[in-house]
Design a protein around this ligand. Structure first.
Ligand code: 13P
Length: 242
């Protein structure tokens, strides 16, 4: 795949978030690991630009962000926000570039990240109970997130390093998705289709959990039931018969 094709793929997946009904307007952002060379200087990611409608996006609008620490990225261009990395095309990277960069930097097995403001995940992320406990294992598909509970990252303002750190805490232990308090969800995967599919699944689970809460609260699948599901998923992914 060429960088141009990767940029187009990113645009297709960003538009798909809205088409699937798991995001709206200019909210959300999408990234894909993209190294420009095998040297540390070449390690980076492609990300959607900030505040640009997805149906207007062109491949040249996608922003390349280095994996290197922040001081190397600081833009001096007065058109851009301070400490926001820019691509040659001059677009500002999504305000959430820190979450995308830090997640891809921390988890080499993951190569794509999707952040959405999907309705039910965002609504649940505003409940104190969910902020404390996350979405518990009320349904076996919770295990698809890589953990037996979908945690909720503590609230921090959008676009901050504090939000990125809260997200990493919520994903500790190998989870690939979490809620972000008073905000939405973030999901990752080895490629864009997997990250988008997980974001869609987390939103579906959030909707189901919200319904069960209005019906008096779900029964919970405790261990060893969830352990068995996680083992079955591992076998399922590797193509073994269940
Ligand atoms: P950007 O347009 O900067 O990507 O911001 C959207 C968003 O969802 C912030 O959390």
């Amino acid at each position: 795949m060429t960088e141009f094709q990767a940029r187009q793929q990113l645009i297709d997946h960003a538009r798909a978030m809205n088409a699937l009904g798991i995001n709206h307007g200019k909210a959300g952002n999408v990234s894909l690991r993209w190294d420009r060379s095998k040297t540390p200087e070449g390690a980076g990611l492609l990300i959607t630009p900030s505040a640009l409608a997805y149906d207007r996006l062109q491949p040249r609008d996608i922003v390349w962000v280095s994996m290197r620490p922040d001081p190397d990225l600081v833009a001096t261009d007065s058109e851009t926000l301070p400490d926001t990395p820019v691509f040659d095309g001059g677009r500002r990277a999504s305000s959430e570039w820190r979450m995308h960069r830090d997640l891809l930097r921390a988890r080499p097995e993951l190569s794509a990240v999707v952040h959405t403001h999907s309705r039910h995940a965002a609504a649940l992320s505003c409940l104190a109970k969910v902020q404390r406990e996350g979405i518990p294992p009320f349904h076996y598909m919770i295990a698809l997130s890589g953990a037996s509970r979908i945690a909720c990252a503590a609230y921090a303002r959008f676009g901050t390093q504090a939000l990125s750190e809260a997200m990493l805490d919520a994903l500790a232990g190998g989870a690939m998705a979490c809620l972000l308090a008073h905000h939405g969800l973030i999901a990752a995967g080895p490629d864009l289709p997997s990250a988008l599919a997980l974001a869609e699944e987390v939103e579906a689970l959030a909707a189901m959990y919200a319904i069960t809460l209005t019906l008096g609260g779900p029964a919970i699948l405790e261990n060893p039931a969830m352990d068995a599901v996680e083992q079955a998923f591992a076998a399922y992914r590797s193509g073994q018969a269940l």
